[in-house]
Write a protein that binds this ligand. Structure first.
Ligand code: PHE
Length: 452
């Protein structure tokens, strides 16, 4: 085992880890999902709940997950197994790793479909069709695009091919290089869109919608969605942060890196919301329109800007990159496991994992058209897979990580790994990870399923 730990690749620097972890965190979750969920669940109250979940549950779990990864230095399943042995705990803890591999797989299956939309818009946004387009036209355009099973499966396929191509190149080749310049560029683009939104005539209403909480509008389902979104957006509870942690050099401060990544992730989500809701209100759109929200609002902005086609293209290229750095993180636990345990080469492992994911993803691609009436528990394939993963599997995976780091792992070990000094930081983290995070998730579950 020791040999494996030594041989396991390491990040070239702390920056590389931060960039890759932010690359995994920042993605469609921030730009596509956060705004549409905030719109669907009533705005401010959802946003406040989301922020609380990030701070009290997300950040402590992110620290724990990185910690476990760095201590175990293998794929999540084998890391959990090794750490359980070290703590003389049950080998069943490895199922935490399995849960993560499964969640990542399932998320990527539909993530790829939505990322395919962003890819398609790179090419569509520069057509004359979008010049001075109004809300009704963007709506019609999006509907037509979504209703085509051919388009949906072609773009999904292309995105999956791109993901496999990057993942198969390995940790320091593909992953590091991809995140270095693109994240800052995306940030700059969002600043530009926010400035545009400020002058759109709907800024006051958009701002109020996002930041003034009206808790009467918040349902148990909304609270569950906010918590699920915190896990989803931070990229927690499925082992990808654990994998990145496993590549982290031992002198780097885990807490500081995690705080940085979580803050960057949150800022980007809020900036996306601030770019979108002013447009929604200025153009009389419906905030709760669902997954099509950014695809129906942003083209209006691009259509009205000078050289908007160019900005639009650049924007969707950046969204595509943000998505692909997340996609890589989603599939990495599976790839790491396949290559460690079945002796497959990285290339083979990426190919098999990608192909399986692609196949499952067709279900989501068709759920927007030919299978839109196929429903289980009142949800389409896409809605069901999303609910199951983001709202149930990720929080459950996160709680298991919290319980392991807080209760199973010896205090000396976590204290030594985190190196938080003598002050209050370590005891504070310990309280959050042992009590606040697990009980918080439990309460949200009970509330959402009507027990509370
Ligand atoms: N955090 C990514 C996003 O916001 C999605 C993701 C979820 C990535 C889980 C890794 C793990 O788009």
């Amino acid at each position: 085992m020791t040999d494996q730990r030594l041989l396991h690749a390491q990040w070239s620097s702390r920056t590389a880890f931060i960039l890759a972890a932010s690359g995994s965190a920042i993605g469609l979750g921030n730009i596509w999902k956060f705004p549409y969920l905030a719109g669907e669940f009533g705005g401010g109250a959802f946003v406040v709940t989301y922020l609380l979940c990030v701070a009290l549950i997300g950040v402590p779990i992110m620290i724990a997950e990185t910690l476990l990864g760095r201590r175990g230095r293998q794929s999540p399943i084998n890391t959990m197994l090794t750490l359980a042995e070290e703590a003389k705990a049950s080998p069943y803890w490895r199922y935490t790793g399995w849960l993560g591999v499964a969640a990542g797989f399932l998320i990527l299956s539909y993530y790829s479909v939505i990322a395919g939309w962003a890819m398609a818009y790179i090419f569509k946004i520069n057509s004359a069709l979008f010049v001075n387009i109004d809300a009704e036209q963007t709506g019609r355009f999006f509907e037509a695009f979504k209703s085509s099973p051919e388009f949906q499966s072609i773009w999904h396929t292309l995105f999956m091919i791109a993901t496999v191509a990057i993942v198969s190149r390995g940790v320091s080749g593909g992953l590091e290089r991809a995140s270095r310049y693109l994240m800052p560029a995306l940030f700059a683009m969002l600043v530009a869109l926010d400035v545009y939104a400020m002058n759109s005539g709907g800024f006051g209403r958009g701002f109020a919608f996002l930041f003034y909480p009206d808790f009467d509008k918040l349902t148990g389902e909304g609270v569950l969605a906010a918590m699920g979104q915190a896990f989803f957006s931070l990229g927690l509870g499925m082992g990808s942060i654990m994998v990145y942690g496993s590549y982290l050099p031992s002198h780097v401060s885990i807490a500081r890196s995690s705080l940085f990544v979580a803050s960057a992730d949150t800022v980007v989500a809020l900036m996306a919301g601030l770019a979108i809701f002013p447009l929604v209100f200025a153009h009389g759109l419906e905030p709760g329109m669902g997954p099509g929200l950014i695809f129906q609002t942003l083209p209006i902005a691009f259509g009205q800007m000078p050289a908007g086609w160019l900005f639009g293209m650049v924007f969707f290229v950046l969204v595509f990159f943000a998505a692909i750095t997340s996609a890589v993180a989603l599939i990495e636990p599976a790839v790491a496991w396949l290559s460690e345990n079945l002796g497959l080469s990285r290339k083979q492992a990426s190919l098999y994992a990608g192909a399986a994911c692609w196949f499952i993803g067709l279900g989501s691609a068709f759920s927007f058209n030919i299978w839109s009436e196929v429903k289980l528990f009142g949800k389409t394939v896409f809605e069901l897979v999303d609910f199951l993963t983001a709202n149930l599997m990720l929080p459950l995976g996160g709680v298991l990580v919290a319980l392991f780091a807080g209760w199973v792992m010896k205090r000396e070990i976590s204290e030594a790994e985190l190196e938080l000094g003598e002050g209050r930081a370590y005891p504070a983290w310990r309280v959050l990870i042992r009590y606040v995070a697990p009980l918080g998730v439990l309460m949200v579950f009970l509330d959402a399923f009507g027990v509370l």
